[in-house]
Design a protein around this ligand. Structure first.
Ligand code: KIV
Ligand code: ZN
Length: 526
């Protein structure tokens, strides 16, 4: 078992930089759209936990992406802030515009190099793609000293052509060369061989940082990224919880913990404060509405749970028998201290701090009021209850335009099921009572009657925060309107109240999105 201090290797050759793309590649997963406030919260945490480079968005894609990159650039304390751009001067200028306030800006520009991308996506010849690389990397370098270049679909690109393309980017001044496995096609040995081949055959590449960017379509993203590091890559591109298009990207928590725990056979280190991993995982899961699978490595609910008798017996005798890392190394506080209605402010503050929440005075006061209400509704308040409570407080705001005032549900075997709903909309209270196929349908019909909209319900998901019949229900609701996707979230001991509040939360976000909406968003493949 290693500790944070033991991993502080002074040899820069062994330092692997962590490039987090949760806010760009992660946000591209259908349904994972985040608001500006949510992006800022995530970026602040990534910066605090020691992420070296934050890819904050794709500024040409929408005004929202531009604003996110620009605002994150203003607040980042340590991290390099990166904006993505296709191989066009317009994209690169827009990215550079968004990065103006960054202490350490980076332009990341890319173009597809594989035969499939050249012919079918770009309709360009081999020579035309090489000319574009020359033109755009030179232009990006004329604006910014820190330029990353990526040959999209590199792992399906002819080797000789990939060498030629990378050599041009190096020659034109790219400082980081990223090798994307855009469609999650490679395997560990091949991932390493491509890096070794490039290092051997591209003059001057050893003066650049080599990055690895893997997608997880065959479940090998973590293994492929680590193999690339062993071959000479010194930047891993990844996302929290492996969020990303299709099967996602390399998971930050997996590569960071693998390098920490198996430092004996992979002698590399990162600058990540691993005790913030759980907090980041929960935040990204709540904001994106993508639950973390129970058996997910490092951050899954069961990652440190021991159910079988043999395992429990071993754990009681020595934790090392069945645990290769300590829960506290990833920020999981193992605690039997359960709060209840007699717990005061000091106990709550202490507990929230242990869970990694450092709330300001106002936020703490609001959390305390919610905690008291929760402790009245349920006897024991567990760690997971408090995490849900803070997440709920973060997602709903007193200035939201639509607020739930009251809800009455009639349900049971003898229909019809009915919902009597009272909402405050822009300061005015409105009521509606209606029926539906079950209580959720009735309640959502009542919302639609009070706030007419054409958005389609894409996801309705309920999850019990703890065991027991008095558990809080965590509800996620995803809505889609004209290609805009938003996810609402709420937690409550009453499943119906949580459901209505999650729907209302999604509608509030949709109203914000409508106002900021720009022409149809552009997406980078992968
Ligand atoms: O997967 C990919 O190729 C990408 C590029 C934009 C780097 O995300
Ligand atoms: Zn990608």
């Amino acid at each position: 078992m290693t500790s944070q201090a033991e991993n502080t290797n002074p040899n820069p050759q062994d330092r692997v930089m962590i490039f987090d793309t949760t806010l760009r590649d992660g946000e591209q997963s259908p349904g994972a759209t985040m608001t500006l406030d949510e992006k800022i919260k995530i970026a602040t945490l990534l910066d605090d936990m020691g992420v070296d480079i934050i890819e904050a968005g794709f500024p040409i894609a929408s005004d929202g992406d531009f604003e996110a990159v620009s605002e994150i650039s203003k607040l980042a304390k340590n991290a390099v802030i990166c904006g993505l751009a296709r191989a066009s001067k317009g994209d690169i200028e827009r990215a550079w515009g968004a990065l103006q306030h960054a202490k350490k800006p980076r332009i990341h520009t890319f173009i597809g190099t594989s035969p499939l991308h050249r012919e079918h996506q770009l309709s360009m010849s081999e020579a035309q793609v090489l000319d574009k690389i020359r033109e755009t990397v030179t232009f990006a370098r004329s604006l910014c000293e820190n330029v990353q270049w990526s040959p999209m679909d590199a792992t399906r690109t002819e080797h000789d052509y990939l060498i030629e393309a990378v050599a041009i980017a190096v020659d034109c001044g790219a400082t980081t060369i990223n090798i994307p496995d855009t469609v999650g096609y490679t395997a560990p040995r091949e991932s390493a061989q491509i890096i070794e081949m490039l290092l051997e055959r591209v003059p001057g590449l050893d003066q650049c940082v080599i990055a690895t960017h893997c997608h997880n379509d065959l479940g090998m993203a973590t293994a492929n990224a680590l193999a690339a590091v062993e071959a000479g890559a010194r930047q891993i591109e990844c996302t929290i919880n492996g969020l990303g298009e299709r099967a996602g990207n390399t998971a930050l928590e997996e590569v960071v913990m693998a390098l920490k725990i198996r430092n004996d056979i992979m002698p590399f280190h990162t600058g990540i404060d691993t005790t913030k991993i759980m907090q980041a995982s929960r935040m990204v899961s709540t904001v994106s509405g993508f639950p973390v699978q129970f058996n997910k490595a490092i951050v899954g609910k069961n990652a440190f749970a021991h159910e079988s008798g043999i395992h429990q017996d071993g754990m009681l005798k020595h934790a090392g028998t069945f645990e290769i890392m300590r829960p506290e190394d990833v920020g999981l506080t193992e605690s039997n201290l359960v709060l209840g209605k007699h717990s005061g402010r000091a106990a709550l503050k202490d507990k929230l701090q242990q869970l990694g929440f450092d709330l300001g005075d106002n936020a703490f006061q609001e959390a305390f009021v919610r905690f008291k209400a929760l402790a009245d509704a349920k006897k024991e308040v567990h760690d997971d209850d408090l995490i849900a409570l803070v997440d709920d407080a973060r997602t709903s705001a007193t200035h939201d335009r639509i607020q739930l005032k009251s809800l009455r549900i009639v349900c049971g075997t003898d229909g019809p099921q009915e919902a009597a709903l009272e909402l405050e909309i822009e300061g005015q209270v409105h009521n509606h009572t209606t029926s539906g196929d079950g209580p959720v349908d009735a309640a959502f019909n009542a919302i639609k009657a009070l706030v007419p909209h054409t958005a389609q319900l894409k996801l309705y998901q309920v999850h019990a925060v703890t065991d027991g019949t008095d558990a809080q229900a965590e509800v996620s609701v995803r809505l889609e309107e004209d290609g805009k996707i938003v996810t609402g979230y709420a937690a409550n001991t009453d499943t119906m109240v949580a459901s209505v509040r999650a729907y209302v939360n999604a509608l509030n976000k949709l109203m914000v999105r409508r106002e900021k909406s720009a022409p149809a968003p552009i997406k980078a493949a992968g």
